[in-house]
Design a protein around this ligand. Structure first.
Ligand code: HPA
Length: 282
């Protein structure tokens, strides 16, 4: 397991992709669990399996395809990560976030990240979208920051700001698209835990108390790495289940999660397509 990568490693990964695809992507998309169907709609697509790219981490989780798809979506040159790896799989923070830095080297200016999340906010219902307003970086606070280790100045500064980690203009654009399309949405705070276990009732009450609206096992390391490198970020959580925090309450039910996923895929796709269209026009 590589804990830190050199600039040469990032360049080697970017070069391998450039040899397969000549298009320079402007927008990078990371599609989370069960949300990867949008990658099928990319036109003029070149598909590069993660396993063909030097240093790229390959997901061990079912439902995460593991390829880069480079092409056009709603008139935008995009690179889509169909599947991602998680910290709980045993990868280092540097491995999890390597694709973000590689996207930066390919020319990506805007990152759109999706995830499946559990609703902590009692107003949330499975199937709803949360536009991420901010995050709680519990892993980072405990020492697991993706920026720990030698700082590569070519990407960004040693002590980057994380105000407005989720670009206000993109959040507003996503909100407008959701309203116009009649997609129910919330704006809230996402918290990333390492997983892979789901939260205990006491965990749920703690997370709610510290100000989190939704909980998942991804996104925050990638967003911090993207912001460090000066990228604009939009984060979208699909609420697949809700967590009440009462002892004895039934655990997240698999059927319920699948049902919510089926509702969420078209809703997230509508928002992403609308945002991409607006970016292509702007
Ligand atoms: N907890 C953590 N991660 C998740 C959940 C959850 O309830 N649902 C989907 N991802």
């Amino acid at each position: 397991m590589t804990e830190f990568f050199t600039m040469e490693a990032y360049e080697a990964a970017a070069d391998a992709i450039r040899q397969r695809a000549t298009l320079k992507p402007r927008v990078g998309l990371i599609l989370g669990s069960g949300l990867s169907s949008l990658a099928e709609s990319v036109t003029d697509a070149v598909r590069v399996p993660f396993s063909d790219i030097p240093h790229f981490p390959v997901s061990t989780v079912q439902g995460h395809h593991g390829q880069l798809v480079i092409g056009h979506l709603e008139g935008q040159p995009v690179v889509v990560m169909q599947g991602r790896v998680h910290f709980y799989e045993g990868y280092s923070m540097a491995q999890i976030t390597l694709p973000i830095r590689v996207m930066k080297l390919l020319g990506v200016e805007t990152l759109i990240v999706t995830n499946a999340a559990g609703g902590l906010n009692l107003n949330y219902v499975p199937g709803e979208v949360m536009i991420v307003r901010d995050h709680l970086n519990l892993l980072g606070m405990a020492g697991w920051s993706p920026l720990r280790g030698p700082n590569l100045e070519a990407f960004g500064p040693r002590f980057p700001d994380t105000n407005d980690a989720y670009t206000p203009a993109l959040r507003e654009l996503a909100r407008k698209v959701a309203i116009d399309a009649g997609v129910p949405y919330h704006r809230g705070v996402y918290i990333c835990l390492a997983g892979p276990n789901f939260e205990s009732p006491a965990d749920v009450r703690f997370l709610r108390t510290i100000g989190a609206d939704a909980v998942g096992m991804s996104t925050v390391p990638e967003v911090i790495t993207a912001r460090h490198a000066g990228m604009q970020v939009l984060g979208l959580s699909g609420i697949t289940n809700t967590l009440c925090g009462e002892e004895g309450a039934p655990p997240p039910n698999h059927e319920e999660v699948l049902e919510a996923g089926a509702i969420l895929v078209p809703r997230l796709e509508t928002i992403i397509r609308g945002v991409l269209r607006a970016l292509a026009e702007g």
